[in-house]
Design a protein around this ligand. Structure first.
Ligand SMILES: Nc1nc2c(ncn2[C@@H]2O[C@H](COP(=O)(O)OP(=O)(O)OP(=O)(O)O)[C@@H](O)[C@H]2O)c(=O)[nH]1
Ligand SMILES: [Mg+2]
Length: 670
């Protein structure tokens, strides 16, 4: 980079559940470091100001901002908190040196951290936790710590305990330094003083902190066993080593809004966060060129076009050169919505590259075999259509951009229903898509629940003789066929055979009959595609002048139309195999939910690699799954998720069948 020092910046992700105060924390770090002006009355100087974010009043994109603190450069990547936007965080944390998990001080809300913490643990990203909003909390810190232990695979090391004056939190004791800090009344300062009386009160907490560290440090263990009080330096040193090694999750506290504890947080980052080496190793392609960079975010910005937020893994980027096949035509440092042109970026820098062709979010340029963050399984679909056919090309272009920006969307063209489906993570995620497609890319697009791809089959066999005949002066049309239609077992598919003897139908017309039969199968007597039938052409007649391909195709079709209503048609619905995953305490509710949705439970197990989580395998009708994720999240504090795939078709009978058929009739009348 052209500005500032030559050392690479320290990159910190701010992650945490929805509305826990990540953006407020970032804003206040920026004020504290004199990067931006102080806010006035409720104004948000730094916030996600995209139309989608305003509409949903939540962060929907990452915010990136740079600050200088005590001579070091920091780049913060503030991630949106909604669980439906988890992919955004997953892509970002892959590139950072450390993550600060911002959480609210309510034991009930701690479980919502579980998927986030697992993300960080799975990708080996060192992380610490900042308990925010401590200003208006009466929480008992031990309850909170116990709740944290439940959701974190790493031991939580509580580093601060609050000091209360008349029920209000007025400061905290730093258990490592044994100092008490009073939160300043002007909201910007922390006044320190050593107070033995406070320290005395928190002796047990300090001992517990040291015990947890001692699991990784024999020296410390010996000191504790010999009743020797270790020095602050030793504890700080061990804390730093353990954060870097991913042994522990340190826990700090404060209030982003009131600037409480922010200086302590910055100091902890300054002294304890890992350097760039670990992130570089995580992102490095197996075969890297001279320079390589990982793209944590692709964004289409009005007036600028495509921007790729990239962290340089090795080598340097410079304007006008190429990295692998990718041409760098414009480099910018990022400060919130402001971009400043720069000419170079070196390993460790996080910059925006302009108009980078052929690479999207999660890709790495300048190498092959780079690890990439996994895509979240799609759990919620909407059918999208443009009322005006003229907009089709525009829609397809906009969808390409949407998918480049956010790999947790998927597009599926369903042949059986003829619909174009957009798959994503839930209602909120879908609303961001709608807003992007309509407001940002100007496509007039309609969203609705997808049609269920019902099918039909038959239960009875039948022999049918049908004749297609037309005499309209000159050339006529003549095709005569005898077919036998038989049901096949579910899942066996369609089969066509011919058993014509003595050439009653000339060979060349047999394929025409088959084409006519297949054409009919697209919509059977109940209005749905017909599956799992066998049709045998047994006999027929041809006319030397009037017979033609067309006439036999029509005859084949006609014979099917005549035969099938008499073959006891039955309605089939798609059944999906679902794996529902959630923390164990929610399993009883999930069982009930599956049963209410006509699901059948097939198995139950602990979730591998996820302590405290279980998995239920079930089969469930697709029609019951369209809003499954919404209910699942509401009964699991937002933590539950599922994977699914088509399994088989199953007969629908009774009232349900009538409902489907009447719905279908109504739909066709449109
Ligand atoms: N009382 C109190 N409120 C806070 C504190 N920090 C943030 N808030 C409030 O919490 C709300 C959410 O804050 P944000 O900073 O937007 O939260 P976020 O984590 O960025 O939210 P998303 O990006 O939507 O997930 C706002 O109304 C803040 O004013 C705090 O320390 N104390
Ligand atoms: Mg935010």
């Amino acid at each position: 980079m052209t500005s500032g020092t030559q050392t690479s910046p320290r990159v910190v992700a701010l992650v945490g559940p929805y509305s826990s105060g990540k953006t407020t924390l970032l804003e206040n770090i920026l004020f504290m470091t004199n990067t931006t002006r102080r806010r006035t009355n409720g104004e948000r100087v730094f916030a996600d100001d995209s139309i989608e974010a305003k509409m949903l009043s939540m962060g929907v994109d990452i915010n990136v901002a740079e600050a200088e603190y005590l001579g070091d450069r920091y780049i913060f990547v503030d991630c949106p908190g909604s669980i439906e936007l988890l992919q955004e965080m997953r892509n970002a944390v892959h590139a950072v040196d450390v993550a600060v998990v911002v959480a609210e001080p309510e034991p009930d809300k701690i479980q919502a951290l579980s998927p986030l913490l697992h993300e960080l643990e799975a990708d080996d990203i060192p992380h610490l936790l900042f308990i925010n909003k401590i200003d208006h909390s009466n929480v008992h810190i031990r309850d909170l710590a116990a709740a944290l232990d439940e959701v974190s695979a790493l031991p939580c090391v509580l580093r601060h305990v609050p000091i209360r004056d008349e029920g209000q939190i007025s400061g905290f004791v730093d258990l490592a330094s044994r100092r008490a800090y009073r939160y300043g009344t002007d909201g910007s300062r922390e006044i320190t003083k050593t107070a033995d009386s406070f320290v005395e009160q928190v002796k047990d907490d300090r001992f517990e902190m040291m015990e947890r560290l001692a699991d990784f440090h024999d020296d410390l263990m010996e000191e504790l066993l010999d009743d020797i009080d270790p020095s602050s330096e030793e504890i700080f040193h061990d804390l730093a080593t353990d954060l870097r090694a991913g042994n522990i999750m340190p826990v700090l506290m404060g209030s982003a809004l009131n600037s409480y504890g922010i200086r302590r947080l910055m100091k902890a980052l300054r002294h304890e966060m890992p350097d760039f080496g670990m992130a570089a190793e995580r992102m490095m392609p197996t075969k890297a060129g001279d320079a390589a960079a990982y793209i944590l975010k692709t964004k289409y910005v009005p007036h600028m076009g495509k921007l790729s937020f990239a962290r340089v893994i090795k080598g340097g980027l410079s304007d006008g050169t190429s990295v692998g096949d990718a041409r760098i035509s414009g480099l910018f440092s990022i400060n919130g919505p402001e971009l400043k042109k720069c000419t170079k970026a070196q390993a460790g820098d996080l910059v925006a590259i302009a108009r980078l062709e052929g690479a999207g979010t999660g890709d790495t340029i300048g190498g092959t075999g780079a690890p990439r963050p996994e895509r979240l399984p799609a759990v919620y679909a909407q059918s999208i259509e443009v009322p005006d056919r003229k907009d089709e090309a525009k829609l397809s272009e906009a969808l390409t951009k949407l998918l480049e920006e956010d790999p947790s969307f998927e597009v599926e063209h369903r042949e059986d229903t003829g619909q174009l489906l957009l798959w994503g993570q839930g209602e909120i995620h879908m609303r961001t898509a709608r807003s992007r497609l309509t407001d940002k890319y100007g496509v007039n697009v309609r969203f609705s629940f997808p049609r269920i791809p019902y099918k039909e089959t038959i239960r009875k066999a039948r022999i049918q003789h049908s004749r297609y005949k037309k005499q309209s002066g000159g050339h006529g049309q003549f095709g005569d066929v005898v077919i036998e239609v038989k049901p096949r077992e579910l899942g066996q598919g369609f089969e066509f055979e011919e058993k014509i003897h003595g050439g009653s139908i000339p060979k060349q017309y047999i394929t025409s009959v088959e084409a006519g039969v297949k054409d009919y199968l697209k919509q059977g007597p109940l209005g749905f595609p017909v599956v799992d039938v066998s049709v045998t052409l047994k006999d027929g007649q041809a006319h030397s002048v009037d017979s033609s391909d067309m006439a036999f195709k029509m005859a084949g079709r006609m014979a099917m139309a005549d035969a099938l209503p008499g073959c006891e048609p039955v309605l089939l619905e798609p059944i999906e195999h679902v794996r529902v995953m959630a923390p164990s305490p929610h399993m009883a509710k999930i069982n009930a939910m599956i049963t209410t949705r006509r699901g059948q439970i097939m198995g139950f197990d602990a979730r591998t690699g996820w302590p405290g989580w279980d998995v239920i395998d079930a089969q469930m009708p697709a029609s019951e799954m369209q809003d499954l994720i919404i209910e699942l999240r509401s009964v699991t504090q937002g933590t539950g998720t599922f994977e699914h795939r088509f399994d088989h078709l199953n007969e629908v009978a009774g009232r349900l069948k009538d409902d489907v058929l009447s719905g279908r009739v109504a739909e066709r009348r449109h």
